[in-house]
Design a protein around this ligand. Structure first.
Ligand code: SF4
Length: 83
């Protein structure tokens, strides 16, 4: 039996943007291509997406699919990890 890992993880993209600057970054490329935010080097917090955590069924969440935790503001971390 095989299990698709994508079915086991909810990708939230709570923060989009990153200041690290990896040359291979697909998140930066996608953000620019689809005009998701104006400036990828200025991370933005999408607090409304926290509603995705309110499901009764236990889930695994990917929090940094389009960001790096080092670029999260302290208040964003507190808001996310108090849940
Ligand atoms: S989001 Fe990840 S891959 Fe992209 S620049 Fe930041 S650390 Fe590098």
């Amino acid at each position: 039996m095989s299990i698709c890992i994508k079915d086991q993880i909810q990708n939230m993209n709570l923060v989009i943007g990153c200041t690290v600057g990896c040359p291979y970054c697909y998140a930066r490329n996608n953000t620019r291509r689809y005009h998701i935010i104006d400036d990828f080097e200025k991370p933005q917090f999408f607090q409304g997406k926290l509603r995705m955590m309110e499901k009764k069924k236990p889930q695994n969440f990917l929090l940094t699919g389009m960001s790096d935790l080092s670029g999260w503001h302290e208040e964003w971390r507190e808001e996310v990890f108090k849940r």
